[in-house]
Design a binder for this molecule. Structure first.
Ligand SMILES: [Fe+2]
Ligand SMILES: [Fe+2]
Length: 290
Protein backbone atom coordinates (compact mmCIF):
# COMPACT_ATOMS: atom_id res chain seq x y z
CA UNK A 1 0.00 0.00 0.00
CA UNK A 2 1.36 3.45 -0.88
CA UNK A 3 1.67 6.01 1.87
CA UNK A 4 -1.40 8.15 1.01
CA UNK A 5 -3.50 4.99 0.75
CA UNK A 6 -2.26 3.78 4.11
CA UNK A 7 -3.14 7.12 5.67
CA UNK A 8 -6.58 7.12 4.10
CA UNK A 9 -7.10 3.62 5.44
CA UNK A 10 -6.03 4.60 8.92
CA UNK A 11 -8.37 7.60 8.84
CA UNK A 12 -11.21 5.55 7.37
CA UNK A 13 -12.78 8.89 6.46
CA UNK A 14 -16.39 9.33 7.49
CA UNK A 15 -18.65 9.39 10.49
CA UNK A 16 -19.01 5.63 10.94
CA UNK A 17 -16.76 3.78 13.37
CA UNK A 18 -16.51 1.16 10.63
CA UNK A 19 -18.29 0.13 7.45
CA UNK A 20 -20.05 -2.56 9.48
CA UNK A 21 -21.99 0.11 11.30
CA UNK A 22 -24.00 0.77 8.13
CA UNK A 23 -24.63 -2.95 7.65
CA UNK A 24 -25.73 -3.36 11.26
CA UNK A 25 -28.22 -0.56 10.68
CA UNK A 26 -29.59 -2.19 7.54
CA UNK A 27 -29.96 -5.49 9.36
CA UNK A 28 -31.88 -3.72 12.09
CA UNK A 29 -34.13 -1.98 9.58
CA UNK A 30 -34.76 -5.20 7.67
CA UNK A 31 -35.02 -7.92 10.31
CA UNK A 32 -35.44 -11.50 9.16
CA UNK A 33 -39.04 -11.88 7.98
CA UNK A 34 -39.91 -14.44 10.64
CA UNK A 35 -38.76 -12.00 13.38
CA UNK A 36 -40.75 -9.11 12.07
CA UNK A 37 -44.46 -8.62 12.44
CA UNK A 38 -44.22 -5.17 10.89
CA UNK A 39 -41.64 -2.73 9.70
CA UNK A 40 -39.26 -1.81 12.49
CA UNK A 41 -39.32 1.82 13.57
CA UNK A 42 -35.73 2.92 13.36
CA UNK A 43 -36.44 6.66 13.51
CA UNK A 44 -35.51 7.65 17.05
CA UNK A 45 -32.92 5.18 18.16
CA UNK A 46 -30.64 5.29 15.15
CA UNK A 47 -27.11 6.17 16.13
CA UNK A 48 -25.99 9.72 15.33
CA UNK A 49 -23.02 8.45 13.29
CA UNK A 50 -25.37 6.44 11.06
CA UNK A 51 -27.68 9.43 10.59
CA UNK A 52 -24.70 11.61 9.71
CA UNK A 53 -23.49 8.96 7.29
CA UNK A 54 -26.83 9.00 5.43
CA UNK A 55 -26.92 12.80 5.48
CA UNK A 56 -23.58 12.90 3.65
CA UNK A 57 -24.56 10.10 1.26
CA UNK A 58 -27.86 11.72 0.26
CA UNK A 59 -26.31 15.19 0.05
CA UNK A 60 -23.44 14.24 -2.26
CA UNK A 61 -24.62 11.40 -4.53
CA UNK A 62 -25.62 13.47 -7.56
CA UNK A 63 -25.83 12.59 -11.26
CA UNK A 64 -22.56 14.44 -11.87
CA UNK A 65 -20.86 12.72 -8.96
CA UNK A 66 -21.84 9.24 -10.17
CA UNK A 67 -20.78 9.98 -13.75
CA UNK A 68 -17.44 11.31 -12.52
CA UNK A 69 -16.70 8.30 -10.33
CA UNK A 70 -17.63 5.87 -13.09
CA UNK A 71 -15.34 7.68 -15.50
CA UNK A 72 -12.50 7.56 -13.02
CA UNK A 73 -12.75 4.15 -11.35
CA UNK A 74 -14.12 2.11 -14.24
CA UNK A 75 -10.90 2.62 -16.13
CA UNK A 76 -9.73 -0.10 -13.69
CA UNK A 77 -6.23 1.29 -13.73
CA UNK A 78 -5.51 1.26 -9.98
CA UNK A 79 -3.79 -2.11 -9.71
CA UNK A 80 -3.70 -5.77 -10.77
CA UNK A 81 -4.70 -8.16 -7.97
CA UNK A 82 -5.94 -11.70 -7.63
CA UNK A 83 -9.25 -12.20 -5.80
CA UNK A 84 -7.37 -13.55 -2.79
CA UNK A 85 -5.03 -10.54 -2.77
CA UNK A 86 -8.05 -8.25 -2.87
CA UNK A 87 -9.46 -10.08 0.17
CA UNK A 88 -6.21 -9.59 2.03
CA UNK A 89 -5.99 -5.99 0.88
CA UNK A 90 -9.52 -5.32 2.13
CA UNK A 91 -8.59 -6.89 5.44
CA UNK A 92 -6.09 -4.06 6.02
CA UNK A 93 -9.00 -1.63 6.30
CA UNK A 94 -8.74 -0.13 9.75
CA UNK A 95 -12.06 0.36 11.50
CA UNK A 96 -12.60 2.17 14.76
CA UNK A 97 -15.13 -0.46 15.74
CA UNK A 98 -14.32 -2.95 18.46
CA UNK A 99 -11.87 -5.50 17.05
CA UNK A 100 -12.91 -8.11 19.64
CA UNK A 101 -16.53 -8.28 18.60
CA UNK A 102 -16.31 -7.48 14.91
CA UNK A 103 -15.45 -9.99 12.25
CA UNK A 104 -12.64 -9.17 9.88
CA UNK A 105 -13.65 -8.44 6.30
CA UNK A 106 -12.41 -11.87 5.20
CA UNK A 107 -14.42 -13.54 7.94
CA UNK A 108 -17.61 -11.75 6.84
CA UNK A 109 -17.00 -12.85 3.26
CA UNK A 110 -16.30 -16.45 4.24
CA UNK A 111 -19.24 -16.57 6.58
CA UNK A 112 -21.54 -15.44 3.78
CA UNK A 113 -20.01 -17.98 1.38
CA UNK A 114 -20.16 -20.80 3.92
CA UNK A 115 -23.86 -20.15 4.59
CA UNK A 116 -24.55 -20.34 0.84
CA UNK A 117 -22.46 -23.50 0.56
CA UNK A 118 -24.27 -25.12 3.49
CA UNK A 119 -27.56 -24.67 1.64
CA UNK A 120 -26.25 -26.58 -1.36
CA UNK A 121 -26.21 -23.74 -3.89
CA UNK A 122 -24.07 -23.84 -7.08
CA UNK A 123 -20.38 -23.03 -6.93
CA UNK A 124 -20.71 -19.66 -8.66
CA UNK A 125 -23.25 -18.65 -5.98
CA UNK A 126 -20.80 -19.57 -3.21
CA UNK A 127 -18.14 -17.55 -4.99
CA UNK A 128 -20.44 -14.53 -5.15
CA UNK A 129 -20.78 -14.76 -1.37
CA UNK A 130 -17.03 -14.82 -1.04
CA UNK A 131 -16.37 -11.75 -3.17
CA UNK A 132 -19.53 -9.63 -2.90
CA UNK A 133 -17.99 -6.89 -0.72
CA UNK A 134 -14.56 -6.65 -2.32
CA UNK A 135 -15.63 -3.37 -3.90
CA UNK A 136 -15.04 -1.89 -0.46
CA UNK A 137 -11.38 -1.62 -1.42
CA UNK A 138 -12.59 1.78 -2.67
CA UNK A 139 -12.06 2.88 0.94
CA UNK A 140 -8.42 1.94 0.62
CA UNK A 141 -8.18 4.06 -2.51
CA UNK A 142 -9.11 7.01 -0.28
CA UNK A 143 -12.85 7.18 -0.96
CA UNK A 144 -15.12 8.38 1.89
CA UNK A 145 -17.54 5.93 3.50
CA UNK A 146 -20.63 7.57 1.96
CA UNK A 147 -19.19 6.84 -1.51
CA UNK A 148 -18.49 3.19 -0.72
CA UNK A 149 -21.41 1.80 1.28
CA UNK A 150 -25.05 2.75 1.89
CA UNK A 151 -28.33 1.63 0.35
CA UNK A 152 -28.10 2.47 -3.35
CA UNK A 153 -30.76 4.32 -5.34
CA UNK A 154 -31.18 5.72 -8.86
CA UNK A 155 -29.97 9.27 -9.47
CA UNK A 156 -31.46 11.43 -12.23
CA UNK A 157 -35.06 10.70 -11.31
CA UNK A 158 -37.35 11.25 -8.32
CA UNK A 159 -36.13 9.68 -5.08
CA UNK A 160 -38.50 7.02 -3.82
CA UNK A 161 -39.93 7.82 -0.41
CA UNK A 162 -39.02 4.29 0.54
CA UNK A 163 -35.35 5.24 0.61
CA UNK A 164 -34.15 5.48 4.18
CA UNK A 165 -33.73 9.09 5.39
CA UNK A 166 -35.50 10.40 2.30
CA UNK A 167 -35.69 13.85 3.93
CA UNK A 168 -31.95 14.38 3.49
CA UNK A 169 -32.37 14.50 -0.30
CA UNK A 170 -33.63 18.07 0.03
CA UNK A 171 -30.00 19.06 0.46
CA UNK A 172 -28.86 17.27 -2.69
CA UNK A 173 -28.21 19.77 -5.53
CA UNK A 174 -30.19 17.50 -7.90
CA UNK A 175 -33.29 18.20 -5.78
CA UNK A 176 -33.52 21.58 -7.51
CA UNK A 177 -33.14 20.26 -11.06
CA UNK A 178 -36.71 19.71 -12.30
CA UNK A 179 -35.61 17.32 -15.06
CA UNK A 180 -34.22 14.98 -12.39
CA UNK A 181 -37.28 15.07 -10.18
CA UNK A 182 -40.01 13.59 -12.35
CA UNK A 183 -40.97 9.96 -11.87
CA UNK A 184 -38.81 8.75 -14.77
CA UNK A 185 -36.37 11.67 -14.81
CA UNK A 186 -33.73 11.24 -17.51
CA UNK A 187 -34.86 7.64 -18.23
CA UNK A 188 -37.54 6.00 -20.35
CA UNK A 189 -40.14 3.92 -18.50
CA UNK A 190 -39.16 0.24 -18.55
CA UNK A 191 -35.74 1.08 -19.98
CA UNK A 192 -33.99 -1.47 -17.75
CA UNK A 193 -31.57 -0.91 -14.88
CA UNK A 194 -28.65 -1.24 -17.28
CA UNK A 195 -29.57 2.28 -18.45
CA UNK A 196 -30.03 3.66 -14.95
CA UNK A 197 -27.31 5.39 -12.92
CA UNK A 198 -27.35 4.10 -9.36
CA UNK A 199 -25.66 5.96 -6.55
CA UNK A 200 -21.96 5.13 -6.58
CA UNK A 201 -20.47 2.56 -4.26
CA UNK A 202 -18.85 -0.84 -3.76
CA UNK A 203 -21.59 -2.73 -5.64
CA UNK A 204 -21.31 -1.00 -9.01
CA UNK A 205 -17.53 -0.89 -8.82
CA UNK A 206 -17.11 -4.62 -8.14
CA UNK A 207 -19.65 -5.50 -10.83
CA UNK A 208 -17.38 -3.89 -13.42
CA UNK A 209 -14.27 -5.54 -12.00
CA UNK A 210 -15.72 -9.07 -12.27
CA UNK A 211 -18.31 -8.80 -15.04
CA UNK A 212 -16.44 -11.02 -17.51
CA UNK A 213 -16.15 -13.96 -15.14
CA UNK A 214 -19.51 -14.84 -13.55
CA UNK A 215 -23.01 -15.78 -14.71
CA UNK A 216 -25.48 -12.92 -15.01
CA UNK A 217 -27.46 -13.96 -11.93
CA UNK A 218 -24.32 -13.72 -9.82
CA UNK A 219 -23.40 -10.39 -11.36
CA UNK A 220 -26.86 -9.04 -10.50
CA UNK A 221 -26.37 -10.12 -6.88
CA UNK A 222 -23.13 -8.17 -6.76
CA UNK A 223 -24.42 -5.12 -8.57
CA UNK A 224 -27.72 -4.75 -6.70
CA UNK A 225 -27.10 -6.21 -3.26
CA UNK A 226 -27.31 -2.76 -1.61
CA UNK A 227 -30.28 -1.67 -3.76
CA UNK A 228 -32.65 -2.11 -0.79
CA UNK A 229 -35.27 0.30 -2.17
CA UNK A 230 -35.77 -2.19 -5.02
CA UNK A 231 -35.10 -5.65 -3.60
CA UNK A 232 -36.67 -5.11 -0.17
CA UNK A 233 -39.12 -2.26 -0.78
CA UNK A 234 -40.28 -3.04 -4.32
CA UNK A 235 -39.58 0.50 -5.56
CA UNK A 236 -38.47 1.52 -9.07
CA UNK A 237 -40.25 -1.27 -10.92
CA UNK A 238 -41.30 1.39 -13.49
CA UNK A 239 -37.68 1.55 -14.68
CA UNK A 240 -37.16 -2.22 -14.83
CA UNK A 241 -37.52 -4.61 -17.73
CA UNK A 242 -38.22 -8.36 -17.67
CA UNK A 243 -34.57 -9.21 -17.27
CA UNK A 244 -34.30 -6.99 -14.18
CA UNK A 245 -37.34 -8.64 -12.60
CA UNK A 246 -35.75 -12.03 -13.16
CA UNK A 247 -32.43 -10.86 -11.73
CA UNK A 248 -34.07 -9.24 -8.69
CA UNK A 249 -35.30 -12.68 -7.69
CA UNK A 250 -31.69 -13.77 -7.45
CA UNK A 251 -30.72 -10.63 -5.55
CA UNK A 252 -33.46 -11.49 -3.06
CA UNK A 253 -32.12 -15.02 -2.77
CA UNK A 254 -28.69 -13.65 -1.95
CA UNK A 255 -29.68 -10.96 0.55
CA UNK A 256 -30.39 -13.17 3.60
CA UNK A 257 -26.92 -14.71 3.37
CA UNK A 258 -25.37 -11.26 3.40
CA UNK A 259 -27.45 -9.87 6.25
CA UNK A 260 -28.18 -12.78 8.52
CA UNK A 261 -25.16 -15.05 8.31
CA UNK A 262 -23.31 -12.56 10.49
CA UNK A 263 -22.76 -13.40 14.11
CA UNK A 264 -22.74 -17.13 13.54
CA UNK A 265 -19.56 -18.96 14.37
CA UNK A 266 -16.53 -17.23 12.89
CA UNK A 267 -15.02 -19.28 10.07
CA UNK A 268 -11.54 -20.78 10.23
CA UNK A 269 -9.92 -18.86 7.40
CA UNK A 270 -6.72 -20.92 7.22
CA UNK A 271 -8.60 -24.18 7.09
CA UNK A 272 -11.04 -23.01 4.42
CA UNK A 273 -8.46 -21.27 2.27
CA UNK A 274 -7.64 -24.24 -0.05
CA UNK A 275 -11.32 -24.80 -0.89
CA UNK A 276 -11.82 -21.15 -1.74
CA UNK A 277 -8.60 -20.79 -3.69
CA UNK A 278 -9.70 -23.67 -5.89
CA UNK A 279 -13.12 -22.10 -6.31
CA UNK A 280 -11.58 -18.75 -7.28
CA UNK A 281 -9.28 -20.44 -9.80
CA UNK A 282 -12.28 -22.15 -11.42
CA UNK A 283 -13.74 -18.79 -12.48
CA UNK A 284 -10.99 -16.17 -12.39
CA UNK A 285 -7.60 -15.72 -14.04
CA UNK A 286 -4.50 -15.28 -11.88
CA UNK A 287 -5.00 -11.52 -11.53
CA UNK A 288 -7.64 -9.03 -12.63
CA UNK A 289 -7.68 -5.24 -13.05
CA UNK A 290 -9.00 -3.08 -10.19
FE1 LIG B 1 -22.04 -5.03 0.52
FE1 LIG C 1 -21.81 -7.96 2.79
Amino acid sequence: MSRPEAEAAARNPGPLAGLDEWEDFVKDRYPQPREASSFRDYGDNVRPAVREFYRLNHRHQTVDFVRGKKQDFLRLNRRQMSIWEAMEFLNTLVDDSDPDTELTQIQHLMQTAEAIRADGHPRWFILVGLIHDLGKVLCLFGEPQWAVVGDTFPVGCRYSEKIVFHEFFQHNPDWNIPEYQTENGIYEPGCGLEQVLLSWGHDEYLYHVVKDYLPEEGLAMIRYHSFYPAHREGAYTHLMNDRDHYQMEWVRKFNPYDLYSKGHESPDVAQLKPFYQELIAEFFPETIAW
